[in-house]
Design a protein around this ligand. Structure first.
Ligand code: IMP
Length: 426
């Protein structure tokens, strides 16, 4: 019956898709609470790869209700395409997906605005999915919400109001025919989605009250959080565990457990400080071994050593009960492994990243070095099956961040996992 939040503890791409899929086996409901199609969650099943952007990673479990929460920004056309792709594979039966009527809608003009900004100096390297501009519309109280898609008059009024401003920002007037088409497409998507639209917060609350297993699926990662990440090189939503409360409409007292996902090393896509970043051939070798290319944009991910200081921040701001460590198999055969234990900045030793991106860019990581291992770990199903140096790596990490390991992933497939603790145990 517990309510569990799974969050990314790094800069996104930690392997949340696989962990949520595993945990979803026992979940009655899987709920996304923030972000939109900037996320890309990869699920590998029987050698087949499925990438979801909006649909929660519980999609392989037809028993679990899937919910897109109030705090999300949803591109209705992308969502319909994703639903169709899932249905082609025999997934997502009628009634499984619920889309919050309160979620905000991403419209083409959000992407146009983002493209203009991203082509300018000072771009932060976003996914160009219109996420930031959609959250801007929301904060400016001019946003179109999912519930507006079925109200033609209101939809037109809001779109015209927004376009009035956005066409100035993008430096072109949008012809009336294009506006009409945009409104017609959005309204048609709203009509197709209508049977799935509802009061998500109430439904999630009912499931919790009925004692069901509810799993909140975070998107992006803690260091991309709008408040606690490496601002301004962040996404525009609250990616941390608290975002599950604000993004769905449940109180913090309802959450029983929070698990943070971390890779056995670090990656980052897009701009921004990354103290433990590797360079040259070393980075190339890790990127190739971990297949570190963006699931949403295909961009090569920057690779770096595991950063325990950054994980300490994730433990603190999310109240993590434990870590799910992913991609341990990628660390095999790579020689000695460095782990950042803190940073040196202006003579001081910091145990967490400073809040200012410019300071973080200047901070010098302090490393400890741990022995690497050669032995294959993909067959390991218990901690004792791992090579001794891999076990030492895990226990060093537990000591450095102060929370235990709940899961260790040693390969992309479901079975390639060491499950240490059950998040839904009472
Ligand atoms: P946005 O979320 O598209 O606005 O992008 C803002 C920053 O977050 C950029 O650096 C993106 O690369 C990064 N980002 C957004 N979503 C993800 C994700 O799911 N994984 C990794 N990075 C992401």
């Amino acid at each position: 019956m517990p309510v569990v939040v799974v969050v990314g503890a790094q800069w996104g791409d930690e392997g949340k898709g696989k962990v949520v899929d595993l945990y979803a086996e026992r979940a009655d409901m899987v709920v996304r609470y923030g972000g939109g199609a900037n996320a890309g969650h990869t699920l590998v099943i029987g050698g087949q790869k499925i990438v979801t952007h909006l649909v929660p990673s519980g999609v392989l479990h037809p028993r679990a209700r899937l919910v897109l929460g109030d705090g999300m920004v949803v591109d209705p056309i992308t969502l319909l395409e994703e639903i169709a792709a899932c249905r082609e594979r025999g997934l997502l039966p009628d009634g499984q997906l619920l889309v919050s009527a309160r979620a905000h809608v991403i419209l083409p003009y959000h992407r146009w605005l983002e493209a203009v900004r991203e082509d300018q100096k000072g771009a932060i390297g976003t996914t160009r999915r219109g996420i930031g501009p959609a959250y801007e519309s929301k904060a400016a109280r001019r946003g179109v919400r999912v519930c507006d898609l079925g109200r033609r008059g209101r939809l037109r009024e809001l779109v015209e109001q927004n376009l009035d401003e956005i066409s100035r920002l993008i430096g072109r007037a949008v012809p009336a025919g294009e506006v009409d088409r945009l409104i017609a497409d959005a309204a048609a998507a709203g009509e197709a989605l209508a049977p799935m639209i509802g009061d998500a917060g109430r439904e999630v609350d009912r499931a919790i009250a009925a004692g069901q297993n509810v799993l909140f699926e975070g998107a992006q990662g803690t260091l991309l959080d709008i408040d606690h990440g490496t601002y301004p090189f962040v996404t525009s939503s609250s990616t941390i565990a608290g975002g599950a409360c604000t993004g769905v409409g449940v109180g913090p007292t309802r959450i029983d457990r929070v698990i943070g996902i971390s890779k056995a090393y670090c990656t980052r896509v897009g701009g921004g400080p990354f103290p433990t970043e590797m360079q040259g051939e070393e980075a190339e070798a890790w990127r190739a071994a971990g297949q570190e290319f963006g699931a949403t944009t295909g961009r090569p991910r920057r690779c770096g050593w595991l950063d325990a200081a950054a994980l300490r921040l994730a433990v603190r701001v999310n109240g993590l009960d434990g870590i799910a460590l992913t991609k341990l198999d990628v660390a095999r055969g790579r020689g000695p492994l460095k782990v950042c234990v803190g940073y040196r900045l202006d003579g001081a030793l910091l145990d967490e990243p400073p809040g200012d991106a410019e300071e973080l860019a200047r901070a010098e990581p302090e490393y400890m070095e741990l022995e690497g291992w050669q032995g294959e770990s993909r067959e390991a199903r218990r901690i004792d099956d791992l090579p001794p140096a891999a076990r030492t790596y895990i226990s060093a990490l537990e000591r450095l961040v102060g929370v235990p390991m709940w899961l260790v992933s040693v390969g992309a497939e479901r079975a390639e996992t060491i499950l240490l603790r059950d998040p839904f145990a009472g």
